[in-house]
Write a protein that binds this ligand. Structure first.
Ligand code: ATP
Length: 329
């Protein structure tokens, strides 16, 4: 489990203070994958540096399984850092070392006996699906394979937390899927706590159980995917289930309504039931349906004809577990 409490980082630049992290608190339970999403300048890199103790926070605390990291003396930093395995955007492998030797590197630094290194590297290469590439050099590997080596290397010191900093930003969509599936698989096998720092909502959708939205050094929304997506007024809900901003130009008069529903409702024929019950023609203008955190969610924009009894429709949909917002077309 990782617990971050009121983390602040203030840089002094050209005589003025730059607040990069402004009181970040979050807690990720063991075995969960948490995404931290934010635009450029939100404070993601600063958070990564503070978590890995490459930078000392100005104040606040980071604890792994209840053990405070920020109090660790410079002498014990190396040992403490091993509790967090790092996966970067680029694997940054040693070109002159084979796959196996790259994975072995952190173990050699720790003085692990040779036989143990070999046994562990074999096991890790098995986990990341690269056994037959043990003797290959980085130049002989694809981008996805290099990232697999990077993940195996990050796991070598038996970390409690896997911290992935933009792990798929340099990869194509298919390889991105494969690497995210691998991260989930590693979490399942090893029971790791995983933090993924990203600017890509697709990564959150595919891999994360919960998410925090970081903006100007603050977490402005957070929660399990199912909860944040259900908050129709929230920014994350719109980002996870996006609809186009613009309405079609040539819409006939009527009421435009947005519906958000989940779980069993998302597979029930909400629209056709509505249409039959109120004897209405329902025009579907846009829609987004996704599997998020193990549940189905639907966000639909529909148009109802002029003269429709909107309060009755709203009451019916609300009682069916569908949340609604309306506007006149
Ligand atoms: N060493 C530093 N000195 C002064 N200001 C800094 C320093 N590092 C970061 N900042 C500032 O802190 C804020 C957060 O920067 P940070 O790099 O953490 O954001 P980010 O979300 O990682 O952005 P990006 O995705 O572009 O890397 C920015 O305003 C940045 O200018």
């Amino acid at each position: 489990m990782i617990t971050i409490t009121d983390l602040r980082k203030v840089y002094r630049q050209k005589g003025r203070d730059v607040v990069a992290l402004d009181g970040v608190s979050l807690s990720v339970a063991k075995g969960r994958i948490h995404g931290i999403i934010g635009h450029s300048g939100a404070g993601k890199s600063t958070l990564v540096r503070c978590l890995t103790l490459l930078d000392r926070p100005t104040s606040g605390s980071v604890a792994i399984d209840g053990r405070e990291m920020a109090d660790i003396s410079d002498r014990d930093l190396l040992t403490a850092r091993r509790r967090i395995g790092m996966v970067f955007q680029h694997a940054n492998l040693f070109d002159s070392r084979t796959t196996a030797a790259n994975v072995a590197y952190p173990l050699e630094l720790m003085g692990t006996p040779r036989a143990e290194v070999k046994e562990k590297v074999d096991r890790l290469l098995g986990i990341v699906g690269l056994k037959e590439f043990a003797g290959a050099y980085p130049a002989q590997l694809s981008g996805g394979q290099k990232q697999r080596v990077g993940i195996a290397r990050a796991l070598a010191a038996d970390p409690d937390v896997l911290l992935c900093d933009e792990p798929t930003s340099a990869l194509d969509p298919k390889t991105t899927d494969e690497i995210l599936e691998l991260i989930k698989d590693v979490r399942d096998r090893l029971g790791l706590t995983v933090l993924i720092i990203t600017h890509e909502m697709g990564v959150v959708k595919q891999a994360c159980d919960s998410v925090s939205l970081l903006e100007a050094g603050r977490i402005i929304e957070h929660g399990d995917l199912a909860d944040v997506v259900s908050d129709q007024q929230g920014r994350l809900s719109h980002a996870l289930l996006p609809l186009p901003n613009e309405l079609p130009h040539d819409l006939p008069p009527g009421t435009v309504m947005e519906l958000l529903y989940s779980g069993q409702h998302a597979v029930e024929p909400v629209i056709s039931a509505l249409s039959r019950r109120f004897n209405l023609d329902v025009n579907v203008l846009a829609g987004s349906i996704e599997d998020l955190g193990g549940s189905q969610f639907a966000h639909l924009r529909i148009q109802l004809p002029e003269g429709t009894d909107i309060p009755a429709i709203t009451e019916y949909l609300t009682s069916a577990g569908v949340s609604t917002t309306t506007k006149e077309a």
